[in-house]
Design a protein around this ligand. Structure first.
Ligand SMILES: Cc1cc2nc3c(=O)[nH]c(=O)nc-3n(C[C@H](O)[C@H](O)[C@H](O)COP(=O)(O)O)c2cc1C
Length: 156
């Protein structure tokens, strides 16, 4: 299963690219953090990444398979609040969890903080892929190609 959170659709496109490669079903997490804009959103976003609670998700999945991909944006160097909330609330112990993070300038430090966040959940940490995005929506085919290469490298 590919569980994703997106605010401006970029992680959705990345999750769809991953779906095209793996054939795994997609599950979109919804959060009312979308409902505020501008500076109010910025405050909430920052609050949501401080500490480990995250920002509430409205539709937690009922069952989580033994291997899962989590996909979503990086906010202020951390996993976005709703995805952080999911990691803290879902029972991921013993499950294999991979991540696909999008950001305008993803760094190795972002990968490390994602690893730390996953580490607390008792899951088995899989691959953490980073996808660079720009202001415009990315083309799914371009992400698919890039992701395929990264996955081949990881499995080599
Ligand atoms: C509040 C906020 C903070 C962000 N911080 C970062 C960051 O630290 N590093 C980064 O690479 N991108 C950062 N971004 C950019 C997003 O991660 C990027 O645009 C992402 O692809 C958006 O995904 P989405 O369209 O699925 O919401 C930030 C965006 C927002 C809204």
């Amino acid at each position: 299963m590919i569980i994703y959170y997106t605010r401006t659709q970029k992680s959705k496109i990345a999750a769809e690219a991953l779906h095209d490669i793996t054939g795994l079903p997609l599950y979109a997490l919804d959060s009312d953090i979308h409902e505020v804009k501008g500076i109010r959103f910025a405050w909430r976003a920052v609050r949501s990444i401080i500490g480990s609670k995250g920002y509430p998700v409205k539709n937690m999945p009922k069952a989580i398979p033994s291997e899962v991909y989590l996909c979503g944006p990086i906010w202020v160097g951390e996993i976005a609040g709703p995805l952080k909330y999911f990691i803290n609330q879902a029972d991921l112990s013993g499950k294999k969890v991979h991540m696909l993070l999008t950001g305008i300038q993803p760094t190795e430090q972002n990968r490390e903080s994602a690893r730390k966040c996953l580490g607390k959940s008792g899951c088995q940490i899989g691959e953490i892929y980073l996808i660079a995005t720009q202001k415009e929506l990315p083309e799914k085919e371009v992400i698919t190609e890039h992701l395929r290469e990264m996955m081949e490298e990881a499995n080599a």
